[in-house]
Design a protein around this ligand. Structure first.
Ligand SMILES: Nc1nc2c(ncn2[C@@H]2O[C@H](COP(=O)(O)OP(=O)(O)OP(=O)(O)O)[C@@H](O)[C@H]2O)c(=O)[nH]1
Length: 305
């Protein structure tokens, strides 16, 4: 049995909103808004399981709403069903190309709307589960590189489009080979887990900030809307969190405990022409942090390109 799903209905026609609400309110929790702008504002503060979206509306239309939902890491996975009186093949094809899950023609049959909504909610439940399993690193149980790469790609597109800052951090445990050699691989695994959990716990903004395991003893973070100074503060917090663990590392050449080095790359106005540039710059910063003694943070701002 499905738990009551939250469904957002976006339609400028009050009668359509009313009929859709009556059609679905028995089985689901319904929210109604009359414009694309209000829909985008609503999903910033409320998590919904499905959106039923009209296409032709005053202000931004349904296609544009969908584009913006797809570009945002917290809303990109919400299934969208278009509901429209525009029923040409081209309209429908455009909706699917933009990522809509279904397309219902107006006037609609309540029974068909209910059935299609139920189908999409079942698909979403299964997708969420698969997505979660595919995005988690097996050892540390934090997001993996796949999750990070997808998130970076999305956030880079958003930053470029909106001209907003975006920062990327690459974080590497110092002298970890020596740790493995000294304490054994199993202790190395435990150390990786402890560091991973400390990094995750240091992320405060919940949904938007996260730390992923990037590979081996390397971690990474994607920070939307974060400029160089804020990224540096964030990196300092991560470094402090790992230092606070005080994991003994007698084979380290720079401290008596486990430390991390961090490279930070920032685009202040979304002017980076490819997402891999951010990772390359962060990697360069990390290389410099290692070269300047480890347990260090080096930030790099990417100029217009
Ligand atoms: N225990 C354990 N070790 C790992 C894992 N993944 C990578 N490593 C080890 O991490 C070590 C990384 O070594 P290097 O790349 O030489 O870097 P480092 O010793 O940390 O030196 P610097 O980065 O220069 O401070 C290697 O010995 C890898 O075997 C893992 O999942 N578990």
């Amino acid at each position: 049995m499905l738990k009551k799903a939250k469904i957002l209905i976006v339609d400028d026609d009050p009668l359509n909103r009313l009929v859709l609400e009556k059609t679905l309110a028995n089985d689901h929790e319904i929210f109604l808004v009359e414009s694309g702008e209000k829909a985008l504002t609503f999903v910033k503060s409320t998590t919904v399981d499905l959106i039923i979206l009209d296409i032709v509306m005053p202000g931004i239309n349904g296609y544009e709403v969908l584009i913006q939902l797809k570009e945002n890491s917290t809303t990109h996975a919400i299934p969208v069903i278009f509901i429209s009186a525009n029923t040409s093949d081209d309209d429908e094809a455009k909706g699917f190309e933009l990522g809509a899950m279904d397309y219902i023609a107006k006037p609609f049959s309540p029974a068909i709307v209910r059935a299609r909504v139920r189908n999409q909610l079942l698909i979403k439940q299964k997708n969420d589960l698969l997505e979660m399993l595919a995005s988690i690193d097996g050892l540390t149980e934090i997001p993996n590189r796949r999750y990070l790469d997808e998130s970076l790609s999305r956030e880079w597109r958003r930053s470029r489009r909106a001209g907003t800052p975006l920062s990327v951090l690459l974080i590497d445990i110092d002298h970890f080979k020596r740790y493995n050699d000294c304490y054994g691989h199993r202790a190395g695994d435990d150390c990786l887990k402890r560091v991973a959990h400390a990094l995750v716990a240091a992320c405060e903004r919940g949904g938007t900030d996260f730390v992923a395991r990037y590979g081996g003893e390397e971690f990474a973070a994607v920070l939307p809307d974060i400029n160089q100074q804020e990224a540096l503060e964030f990196a300092n917090k991560l470094r402090d969190a790992v230092n606070a663990l005080a994991i003994p590392h007698k084979a380290s050449l720079n401290a008596a405990h486990i430390t991390i080095s961090i490279g930070v790359a920032t685009t202040e106005f979304g002017q980076v022409y490819a997402e891999h540039i951010l990772l390359e710059e962060a990697d360069l910063g990390l290389y410099q942090a290692k070269g300047s003694g480890r347990d260090k943070i080096i930030t790099r701002v990417i100029a217009a390109s």
